[in-house]
Ligand binder design. Structure first.
Ligand SMILES: C[S@@+](CC[C@H](N)C(=O)[O-])C[C@H]1O[C@@H](n2cnc3c(N)ncnc32)[C@H](O)[C@@H]1O
Length: 243
């Protein structure tokens, strides 16, 4: 084992063992989400250790990565040496992550936070940004997971990996249903409610008629059209015969 992989293993093991509370419930959140029984203060909504171990396997120091939402995954991407962009609106969470990385002796030099909601922050990414991996785990309400994918996909290289967390939530499942059937991504791994896809192709045109996801509707429309054309031709023939 190399020196680097020993350090990476140590960082991920510490993260799994220490389970730092890197998310913040503000007083405002407590009032807004009161019906969920959450209290103001530090909490963790992190992915489980299996996902962190999976990231350890697939993320390489030369990778350019981006995630929506932050937490243990952000620590993992940074500690594994990736050049990582994290899009998350809460500055307190970003600071906790930087502090935790420093406390375990991991570098924050290649970690960049975009402190915006992903629907705003992702739009500002320059076209020169290229990604080897994206991870979607920010706002889980519709249409955010699909929106996150739409923008991440524009930067993700063919052959790159896309992780999608919380696929049990309908607003997320819309996205994974699309990825499962569109033909532009291939499912590589599913760990609990997290799926990892490999990007197979860029979509040149996002119009529905070019998407495998919509094939049944297109076939139906084309089928109906060809029946209409045949009927019209027959009518013309019959009418022509009578004349
Ligand atoms: C489930 S947690 C992410 C867990 C993280 N992957 C981990 O392993 O710890 C959801 C995160 O999404 C962030 N978030 C909420 N709304 C967001 C939005 N509109 N855009 C980006 N991130 C958002 C929250 O602040 C929180 O950090």
């Amino acid at each position: 084992m190399t020196q680097t992989s020993t350090a990476e293993e140590r960082f991920i093991s510490r993260l799994i063992q220490e389970k730092p509370l890197l998310h913040v419930v503000t007083q405002g959140d407590e009032e807004e989400y009161g019906f969920l029984g959450i209290k103001a203060g530090p909490v963790s909504w992190a992915v489980n250790s299996e996902i962190l171990r999976h990231l350890q396997k697939i993320v390489k120091p030369n990778h350019r990565t981006l995630e929506t939402g932050c937490g243990h995954t952000t620590v993992a991407f940074a500690a594994l040496g990736a050049r990582h962009i994290c899009v998350n609106p809460k500055a307190e969470e970003a600071q906790s992550i930087r502090d935790y990385l420093k406390s375990i002796g991991a570098s924050t030099d290649r970690l960049q936070f975009i402190l915006e909601s992903s629907d705003v922050g992702l739009v500002s990414l320059g076209s020169e940004v290229k990604l080897d991996m994206g991870f979607i785990d920010g706002c889980h309400g519709f249409p955010f997971p699909a929106l996150d994918w739409h923008y991440i996909d524009q930067h993700l290289e063919v052959g790159g990996i896309l992780g999608v967390d919380d696929t049990n939530i309908p607003a997320v499942k819309v996205l994974t249903d699309f990825l499962d059937s569109n033909g532009t991504y291939r499912l590589e791994d599913t760990i609990g409610k997290t799926s990892f896809y490999r990007k197979l192709a860029h979509e040149k045109n996002r119009e529905w008629v070019f998407q495998g996801f919509n094939k049944a509707a297109l076939d139906k429309a084309l089928g109906k059209r060809s029946v209409r054309i045949i009927v019209k031709k027959l009518i013309r023939k019959v009418q022509g015969g009578r004349a």
